[in-house]
Design a binder for this molecule. Structure first.
Ligand code: SF4
Ligand code: SF4
Length: 154
């Protein structure tokens, strides 16, 4: 479900622009409000929805689960640390979901600059930088042994 912006709620702060991994949230240069320039390229990660302080970003439900007359509303409540989704179906049925905005404390994620510089020899490694730390593993990456595969697959 790609996102769209209610321009009347947006104040142009740009948080969605900064956080969008697909770089598709832009500020309209005339109206100074954000908009999704290419919904087809939306990852549907909803980082922008979670980041928007004005609750100005909503999502368009796919026609297969929420056809004509549906709505998908998102409410971000930073003080409670929750994000709520209200799905309204065409027949009036509603489903409500509440989730934490994030599962780790604010500010607890280390930036790349907080880690030691990689060793030049690491460029030959298959691992990404700091991958064991990020995956919370000690040593080598987990491997999938053939005995864990379905019978007949090797
Ligand atoms: Fe960008 Fe993710 Fe928002 Fe889509 S849902 S516009 S990819 S931040
Ligand atoms: Fe507008 Fe929300 Fe994006 Fe800020 S984060 S520019 S208020 S849509």
């Amino acid at each position: 479900m790609p996102t769209f912006v209610y321009m009347s709620s947006c104040d142009g702060c740009g948080h969605c622009v900064d956080i969008c991994p697909s770089d598709i949230m832009h500020i309209d240069t005339t109206y100074r409000r954000a908009y999704n320039i290419e919904p087809n390229m939306c990852w549907e990660c909803y980082s922008c929805v979670k980041a928007c302080p004005q609750n100005a970003i909503d999502v368009r439900g796919y026609a297969d689960f929420a056809p004509l007359g549906h709505s998908v509303r998102v409410l971000r409540e930073e003080k409670k640390g929750t994000i709520s989704w209200k799905i309204k179906f065409r027949n009036g049925e509603e489903k409500n979901f509440v989730s934490p905005i994030r599962t780790t404390p604010w500010g607890s994620i280390r930036s790349p600059a907080d880690y030691d510089r990689p060793d030049p020899g690491d460029i030959k490694s298959q691992d990404l930088a700091h991958e064991p730390d990020a995956l919370n593993i000690n040593g080598d990456l987990p491997v999938l042994n053939p005995d864990r595969l379905k019978q007949g697959v090797s």
